[in-house]
Design a protein around this ligand. Sequence first.
Ligand code: SF4
Length: 400
Amino acid sequence: GQCVLVCPTGALGERDETDRALDMMYDPELVTVVQFAPAVRVGFGEEFGLPPGTNVEGQIITALRRLGADIVLDTNFGADLVIMEEGTELLHRLAHRKRPTFSSCCPAWINFAERHYPDILPLLSSTKSPQQCVGTLAKTYLPERMGIDPKRIRVISIMPCTAKKDEIARRQLIHDGVPEVDVVLTTREFARLLRREGIDLKTLEPSAFDNPYMSEYTGAGAIFGTTGGVMEAAVRTMYYIVNGRELETVELQQLRGFEGVRTATVDLGGAVGEVKVAMCHGLKPTRQIVETVRAGTADFDFIEVMACPGGCVDGGGSLRSKKQYLPHALKRRETLFGIDHKRAVRQSHNNRQVQALYRDFLGGPNSEKAHDLLHTWYTDRRIEMTQTVREIWADIKMTG
Ligand code: SF4
């Protein structure tokens, strides 16, 4: 029989890369930049016996500095940036009556679409994920601002996600042999690394981000880690772009349910008016919604997809227990909503560091430079579903 080597979600299990990450952090010739995802700060404390949903952002920053990270950035900054790019792209597509647009920040979803439904690839947003946006800017914008030789920079991401390891190896995201992100550690691996180095997260004093270019984030960036969060963040910014003023109620309760597929109508005002949106999480609900789009029976403008049930708060790289799944995921989610609620700035377009990035470097959302650096493309990979191990090896040998 045929042996299908490639896992449909790209989550082929973990290659442990803690050694590689440590070697980079110890190497005095290198400048190591570490970023961590929105969901990591609310899922990581459990690894050290803290109650589910505890926000350990500050302790993670302290731990990274102790390990030897030179610059600590926040993937939340990248999430705010993604909203600027994706929101602008979406409004542009709506103006040209192109609908629906699918979100593109979950690499397991991208793998799934490329391998099972390549006909819908033109409907995917071309905006890269927050991890890749941070990675690419950490090797262009950041060294330019900070006067560092970009060749010395290595980027390490801590992610709740095994598919993020796959993502950094995509050929579209490697330029002349230089990847945008060098190493991904899952939250589990990161916990292992801390234990090996004798660091107990529970005993660490929290510290704050201090990078003046890429570490600020808004409430909108924070909620990226849960199902519906991308949609809510996007609506806040699109409303502003369309109307030139802020949405009065930023907490969009109608987007916050937990069902596998949720739909809502949101009034963006101005020339755009009402838009129909859908959010799905988990592969079965995703398949369901994609089938309706392909059958022509779907009536949506924007569809957010997260491959993991619950979104990244319960990603495949985080501590998971089947019995505990829902209570833990909901606690983590509550904390993310709490971070957003307490944040002074809650819309991505009001992130001052994002504003400075556009002013000083990119020009504007969806500018030519923004397109070069922050957008990508997708390819039909159906063949991988039927390739045998021998064929895959032959391919690898041929492409060197
Ligand atoms: Fe990764 Fe899951 Fe989040 Fe997708 S939903 S980015 S697979 S953790």
